[in-house]
Design a protein. Structure first.
Length: 333
């Protein structure tokens, strides 16, 4: 029986990487009934919100969506489709794994971290105003409730996946009240997981240590803004935006998406790397209980890379569709 999954094919390079991913999942033998949903630039051009209510409602009903990147129109008044989805579906945990890959040369061999970024508050509440004509104020909102949810999600993940260490990343030496609350809440939750080691580090020290002693880190928990920045750093360490996956989890709904955006200048060229969306889809397959198929796809990608079939961003010459065909040919089911 096929399972329903919503899909937003997105803007720019979105449709071509979605196509590659759908074909690989199909070849891996997972029967999915893809439900295409509208969102992104075409909705804005039609005078609709960038993520229409019908799209939000359908994702809420189905519970799972794979989302290709969308273009955020620049200018006053346009809201980010991603922030909209995260807020309206209460997707409080943004999870971004970063690990070094066979066949992808980086100085960071042995990198294997999982980032848990709080997704709903901090400076992303978009509460901003001008105090005077020359002074702006942007509110950093941290609640014990949201801090507890993200800390718990990270410890639960660590326990289920045999991870050894969860590290809280903060700037509580300066923002003693807001980041102090995030850290204290983390420390309280940590006491419920005596089987997992816990630690904390100031965000600037983390950035330095990530690029010098990356093997010492395992699971990281961060407020929204630090999580956003550190996950792009981690994406670079694993080989670039073309390979970095992500997922957004709420209690009832999960939306899986690559870290990268819609890269409009490459749209329609059959050139970009579909791996980031594919690895995001793999996180989705595991969430749905298709662990064996997710593992088969990971193995096929690794063999493809080791054989030297890579897209331009990994210094290869394969097109998006050629890379996808090579992965399909490498599947061992
Ligand atoms: P981007 O991530 O789209 O692209 C930046 C550069 O990264 C590209 O020019 C390309 O060199 C490289 N790149 C990105 N994805 C790649 C891939 N799959 N394979 C190979 N190389 C890849 O960032 P941007 O140019 O700043 O943003 C473009 C649009 O995407 C903007 O409208 C932005 O708001 C939006 N955006 C959307 C999301 C999302 O939907 N999750 C995330 C970030 C940005």
């Amino acid at each position: 029986m096929s399972q329903d999954v919503c899909i937003i094919r997105g803007d720019g390079i979105g449709p071509e990487i979605s196509d590659a991913v759908e074909k690989i999942i199909d070849a891996a033998g997972v029967a999915i009934n893809w439900i295409p949903l509208d969102a992104g630039l075409k909705c804005v051009e039609a005078g609709e919100p960038i993520v229409p209510d019908r799209t939000i409602d359908r994702i809420r009903e189905v519970g799972i969506a794979l989302k290709a990147p969308m273009t955020t129109p620049i200018g006053k008044g346009s809201v980010s489709p991603n922030v909209t989805l995260r807020k309206r579906l209460d997707l409080y945990a943004c999870v971004r794994p970063a690990r070094s890959l066979p066949g992808v040369k980086t100085p960071f061999q042995g990198l294997d971290i999982v980032i848990f970024r709080e997704n709903s508050e901090d400076l992303y509440t978009q509460i901003e105003y001008m105090v005077t004509p020359t002074v702006a104020n942007s509110i950093k909102l941290i609640s014990e409730q949201a801090s507890e949810k993200i800390a718990r999600a990270a410890f639960e993940f660590a326990r289920k996946n045999g991870r050894r260490l969860v590290t809280c990343v903060h700037k509580a030496n300066i923002m003693k009240i807001a980041d102090g609350l995030f850290l204290r809440t983390f420390q309280r939750v940590a006491k419920e997981y005596p089987d997992i080691e816990s630690w904390d580090i100031i965000v600037d020290a983390l950035c330095m240590q990530l690029v010098t002693k990356w093997r010492q880190f395992d699971v990281l928990v961060l407020p929204n803004l630090y999580g956003d920045i550190v996950s792009d750093l981690a994406a670079g360490m694993m080989g670039g935006l073309g390979v970095a996956p992500g997922a957004n989890y709420g209690d009832k709904t999960a939306v899986f998406e690559a870290v990268h955006g819609s890269a409009p200048k490459y749209a329609g060229l059959d050139k970009v790397n579909p791996m980031a969306l594919l690895f995001s889809a793999n996180m989705m397959l595991r969430h749905m209980g298709h662990d064996a198929q997710a593992e088969a796809i990971e193995g096929a990608v690794e063999r493809t890379l080791v054989k030297g079939v890579k897209t331009y961003d990994l210094l290869g010459s394969a097109k998006t569709s050629e890379f996808a065909d090579a992965v399909r040919a490498e599947l061992r089911l």
